[in-house]
Design a protein around this ligand. Structure first.
Ligand code: PEP
Ligand code: MN
Length: 350
């Protein structure tokens, strides 16, 4: 097996943990890593590491082994070959990647306790299941508002208790990742950090679900390999987020790559959501892009909402006022049954 390839060992239907253990030990003897993947029918074991020097026949003859499949694409743990069923990531009371469409909403930045609490109450009432809000902000300019940092995390924790919404917030740097992971229900890795490999590895060991945004110039292979770094460290709770890529189009902040959503879902078992706000850059495009993303199979949306957008310290132009966010969630709720899905925040209200 050449460079970049790896293999999948499919176990017989009646193989038990003893046989799987045998495969794991054989892998370890060859200096490889084994990743058992229990399935509904049978277990498979993904083998990663440098397979260039390994003779697959060492595995073929082990008890309980049905067949060995050489996998030639560069990602493995994220791929459907390794796990055919959709992964479901649980964040608080929300399940991401199953029938439910998750709605994540909140301000771009945490600006104050009052602002965050007010917006959190509004988005929860509209049907959002997870609050978003940046405490550590990755800003293009060093002169822009950089976020409240640690104080922002404290505000989010207080609002979580008072309003009753789990929250996702970004870890901009390896220095703050552990603090963010400790506080948050889900750790966001931003577009600018998608290929920050030490940060990804650390996120893979942080013990919390990770929301991995697509880099603004990343191909889907690069994006999936970034997710692979996180899974390789033992964290399988990864949700991918398409947030728009940079193209020649100048009518929009970024181009929401809706075609990437079904493409990634075909290759990978990981849930994929869309962030129409950072793609649009302007609030009037957020609703149409949300409908498009859900229509092509996104497992949910992450939307920026602000009740005083003209006073927002970041991204005010793309923030939806709460009444427009209400309308957006209702629209997605109307669309959901056509797609065999539902918006649980709306279902439990009626
Ligand atoms: C964000 O969601 O707060 C953000 C900064 O988005 P992105 O990393 O996609 O630019
Ligand atoms: Mn923003």
């Amino acid at each position: 097996m050449g460079g970049g390839s790896h293999m999948l060992i499919v176990m017989k239907m009646d193989a038990g943990s003893k046989e799987v253990e045998g495969v794991v030990r054989q892998a370890e003897r060859s200096g490889l890593k084994a990743h058992p993947i229990p399935g509904a029918q049978r277990t498979a074991v993904g083998i990663t590491g440098n397979l260039g020097v390994v003779d697959p026949s060492g595995f073929e003859t082990l008890p309980g082994v049905l067949e060995i499949i050489a996998v030639s694409h560069p990602y493995k743990l994220v791929s459907r070959e390794f796990r055919p069923d959709d992964s479901v990531v649980v964040v608080g009371g929300a399940t991401i990647g199953a029938q439910d469409l998750v709605i994540i909403a909140g301000p771009c930045s945490v600006e104050s306790y009052d602002q965050t609490a007010r917006i959190a109450r509004r988005v929860k009432a509209a049907g959002a299941q997870i609050l978003r809000g940046g405490a550590f902000k990755p800003r293009t300019s060093p002169y822009s508002f950089q976020g409240l940092g640690r104080e922002g995390l404290e505000i989010l924790k207080r609002v979580r208790t008072e309003v009753g919404l789990p929250f996702v917030t970004e870890a901009t740097d390896i220095d703050v990742l552990d603090e963010v992971a400790e506080a948050a229900d889900m750790v966001q890795i931003g577009a600018r950090n998608m290929q920050n490999y030490s940060l990804l590895r650390r996120a893979g060991r942080c013990g919390k679900p990770v929301l991995l945004k697509r880099g603004m110039t990343a191909t889907i292979t690069e994006w999936l390999l970034a997710a692979e770094y996180i899974l390789d460290q033992g964290n399988r709770d990864v949700v991918l987020c398409e947030r728009g890529i940079r193209t020649f189009a100048d009518h929009t902040r970024n181009t929401l790559d809706v075609s990437a959503i079904p493409a990634v879902k075909r290759i990978s078992h990981l849930p994929v959501i869309a962030d129409p706000s950072h793609a649009a850059g302007k609030r009037r495009k957020v609703r149409p892009l949300s409908r498009a993303a859900v229509a092509v199979g996104a497992d949910g949306l992450m939307v920026e909402v602000h009740d005083r957008p003209e006073e927002a310290l970041s991204d005010g132009a793309q923030a939806l006022p709460p009444d427009e966010f209400d309308a957006l969630v209702r629209e997605i709720g109307d669309l959901a049954p056509v797609l065999g899905r539902r918006v649980p925040g709306l279902v439990t209200k009626s």
